[in-house]
Design a protein around this ligand. Sequence first.
Ligand SMILES: Cc1cc2nc3c(=O)[nH]c(=O)nc-3n(C[C@H](O)[C@H](O)[C@H](O)COP(=O)(O)OP(=O)(O)OC[C@H]3O[C@@H](n4cnc5c(N)ncnc54)[C@H](O)[C@@H]3O)c2cc1C
Length: 230
Amino acid sequence: MATISKAVVKSIKQYGEDVREFIIEPEKYSFFDPGTFLQLALEEPKGNRWPDSRNFSMASFLNDDKTIRLVIRKIGVFTTRIFNELNVGSTCYLKYSFGDFLLPFYDNVNPIVCIAGGTGIAPFLSFAEYLKSIKKESRMFLFYSAKNMEELIALNEIKRSIASANLHVYLTREIHSDWHSGRITVDNVVESVSSIVNAHFYICGGEEFTSTFKKQLTALGAENIYTDEW
Ligand SMILES: Cc1cc2nc3c(=O)[nH]c(=O)nc-3n(C[C@H](O)[C@H](O)[C@H](O)COP(=O)(O)OP(=O)(O)OC[C@H]3O[C@@H](n4cnc5c(N)ncnc54)[C@H](O)[C@@H]3O)c2cc1C
């Protein structure tokens, strides 16, 4: 059963003009699987009615601080309200957790290859924290594309959780000596795995980003492809 909880905003970090990281502390902190999402409402629920809300991926895993990280891009009416109304100390309301964008259930060995576009990094931050917590971080490969350095979310945490040989960052609108320039290609991705058939490919980003990689990986023989698109 989903947990419904009031939550307080503990900190906010801005990435570029339109992306913010919110660290929130729910009053009721319950177990959630990495890769799942919550529903965030700004008004207090009254009776059985759940107020207007939007879905956001858990961008962290269970931690001692009992907080949840959210990474939110301002694109429409509701996310503009979030940016205007949620400050440090503000309250919001959560219902969690939901979703089927989950790590492989039976396979504890084969690579987990994550392909993120922009705020699509969110569920992979929780994968990375979880895999590190069970000392399986070497299974995770991350291909992460962002516009520029300013929009690279939680880069220090990513570097702490994922081995540098497994981390492939692509900047589409900035040249930086540490990272690749341009877009991720499917060839970049498949080079990282010895068996396309056995690897697990997770893709999260916009509709075109997700469908292009899914189509290309399928054509190359990938059998385990999981997508989350917003
Ligand atoms: C499972 C799941 C997980 C998600 N996780 C995240 C997450 O971690 N982070 C995140 O940021 N989002 C996430 N989303 C998307 C989020 O739930 C909202 O749907 C999204 O942010 C739309 O925000 P909105 O309500 O402000 O837009 P709305 O006002 O409802 O607008 C809907 C759509 O209209 C378009 N639109 C409206 N206004 C504008 C504008 N001014 N400029 C350009 N386009 C516009 C956009 O395409 C927008 O998606 C997730 C969605 C799902 C289903």
